[in-house]
Design a protein around this ligand. Structure first.
Ligand code: HEM
Length: 546
């Protein structure tokens, strides 16, 4: 009996595998065949990949290596059940992201429990995506976010007092861990209008929100890293039950708050017609009218039009002004019905996409500045001159030009993510057949390409962002930490504003000495981030000047 069951199970598996392999080759048959590493090259690259991961090198270096060996900026590699098409060419990236704006690929399915499923603004498409982006855009617009600088600042003050103590004890701290918790506190307060004190509980207890998020994330990643058996997560009952338990625990913290905000907005009288659209289009948070971005030479603005207005930001208290309340108000004015599961999906997406990414950016900036004292001193001089020792205002932040260059440069050298799209079956790209398979654009490879950035592409040079003439001549798709086109990052203004606030407040009081192993290793989860936590010894600036 068992023998029959096992052999028929195995036969079904083998037949499916053969059918799938035949099918995937057929899918790519349209257009010219894509370059692919010969089997030997793949085999050579497996130890390379294992070695890279062990050493904590950036995984995208593997794609860079294959591209150089093949002499092609587009190729595919076999990833067990599908072919991954890797694109390192700026013009091809433009076609995928802007000209065709292909939808997100199925590879995001692995993270559904973290982002609330297919209704998430990160992965959805069509009308649902359009509506959600329109409803949430106002809350990520500079005109609104600039009012939230005090929230960024008051949370950062708590980090400052933790670091004050560490200056005395000379204890080494993981800046990445502290910043991850701080940015989680900030995103919670900005999006939901509540404080969870994730950072302060670091001293003793763990916040329920943080531990439930982390447990869910660890579980998702465990399976994500084991591609061959990933399906067992959802189909083996005990794995599926664990996932259900973890997701429910996380959801149960968020749902009551969301329901409360929805009830408050339901009870609120309608505020009349929405405010008129601000000048120009502003997908991605209205960067063109954002003085923070205007203080830097422009580079590659690609804002595309999307209907929307600044919405009505009116509210009486902090919670009325949270991103969620602003979005619910906009939806009400536009007659868009917001279901609980749709709202939950967006809140979870903002939590996932909106804290570790910024924490990683600031961590890398601190790491690079610790290795580049000249840049640090320049930035500190600017911060002292503009902020004069007080807590920065939004106007101050928009004048921090060099600090802005530091943030841009940290994002160039260490972009936390990439993007993966999928083209319909039969699609071609510059004559190559690409249909039906995920198209991956590794931002790291574009940002470190010497052909695009020059021979110093691997060096941290914030000054490169001041060379207006050179920037104007560059292809805008050479730099895309926030991706490009309509699906660019909704939180980019938020992230840059937050990063500038953090750097201004931290560096007006402290300097950081790197205390980790050289070079800092990297880890690749949903995003790439520093593996060793950016260990730092904190030095008080007051002490330095005495
Ligand atoms: C330095 C910080 C950040 C970086 C580097 C970053 C990067 C990115 C990238 C590369 C994408 C495109 C992803 C893809 O195509 O798969 C993206 C999309 C997105 N990001 Fe960010 N992000 C950052 C901060 C934030 C913040 C603070 C938020 C929200 C509070 C946020 C929310 C989102 C959302 C909702 C999307 C999906 C947008 C859409 O498809 O319409 N991100 N981000």
């Amino acid at each position: 009996m068992w023998f029959i069951l096992i052999t028929s199970g195995l036969s079904i598996l083998i037949a499916t595998f053969i059918a799938y392999t035949v099918l995937k080759h057929r899918l790519l048959r349209n257009g010219a065949p894509l370059p692919c590493p010969p089997r030997s090259l793949i085999l050579r690259n497996i130890p390379l990949m294992a070695d890279a991961m062990k050493k904590g090198m950036h995984i995208d270096l593997l794609w860079k290596g294959i591209s150089e060996q093949l002499g092609s900026k587009i190729f595919f590699v076999d990833v067990i059940f599908f072919k991954l098409v890797v694109i390192l060419d700026v013009d091809m990236a433009k076609e995928v992201l802007v000209t065709k704006n292909y939808p997100k690929s199925f590879t995001y399915d692995s993270f559904y429990s973290l982002i609330g499923g297919k209704k998430s603004i990160l992965v959805s498409g069509g009308n649902l995506w359009h509506e959600q982006r329109m409803v949430f855009n106002p809350g990520f617009h500079y005109q609104y976010l600039k009012n939230l600088v005090p929230i960024f600042a008051s949370n950062t003050e708590r980090l400052v007092s933790i670091l004050d103590k560490r200056c005395v004890t000379q204890e080494v701290v993981s800046m990445h861990l502290l910043l991850t918790k701080l940015t989680m506190d900030i995103i919670c307060e900005v999006v939901l209008g509540v404080t969870f004190n994730v950072l302060t509980k670091e001293e003793g207890r763990t916040s329920e929100l943080y531990s439930s998020f982390k447990e869910l994330m660890d579980n998702v990643l465990w399976f994500f890293k084991r591609q061959g058996i990933e399906w067992t997560r959802d189909y083996l009952p005990w794995n599926a039950l664990t996932m259900y338990r973890l997701e429910t625990r996380y959801n149960n913290i968020l749902i009551p708050i969301i329901k409360q905000r929805m009830a408050e907005l339901e009870a609120e009288p309608a505020l009349g017609s929405p405010a008129p659209s601000p000048k120009g289009s502003w997908v991605g948070g209205g960067l063109e009218e954002d003085p923070m971005f205007r203080s830097l030479p422009s580079f590659g603005s690609d804002h595309l039009s999307l209907d929307g207005s600044l919405g009505t930001l009116a509210g009486n208290s902090d919670k009325d002004m949270c991103v969620l309340s602003v979005a619910l108000r906009t939806a009400k004015e536009k007659g868009i019905k917001m279901e609980l599961d749709t709202v939950l999906a967006q809140v979870k997406t903002f939590f996932l996409a909106g804290h570790d990414t910024t924490a990683t950016t600031v961590s890398w900036a601190i790491y690079e500045l610790a290795h580049n004292k000249e840049a640090e001193e320049k930035m500190v001089a600017e911060i002292n001159q503009v902020c004069g020792g007080r807590i920065p205002t939004s106007d101050d932040l928009s004048q921090l030009t060099y600090t802005g260059c530091v943030v841009r440069e940290a994002l160039r050298m260490w972009p936390p993510g990439g993007t993966t799209r999928i083209a319909p079956v039969g699609a071609t790209l510059k004559g190559y057949g690409i249909g039906g398979h995920p198209l991956y654009i590794p931002h790291y490879c574009l940002h470190r390409d010497p052909q695009l950035w020059g021979e110093d592409a691997d060096e941290f040079k914030p000054e490169r962002w001041l060379d207006e003439d050179k920037l104007q001549k560059m292809n805008p798709f050479a730099y895309q930490p926030f991706s490009k086109g309509k699906r660019n990052c909704i939180g980019q203004t938020f992230a840059v504003l937050e990063a500038r606030t953090l750097l201004a407040m931290l560096y007006s009081k402290f300097s950081f000495q790197y205390a980790g192993s050289e070079p800092e290793r990297q880890v690749h989860n949903v995003t790439s981030h520093p593996k060793d936590g950016v260990l730092m010894r904190v030095v008080s600036r007051a002490g330095m000047s005495q």
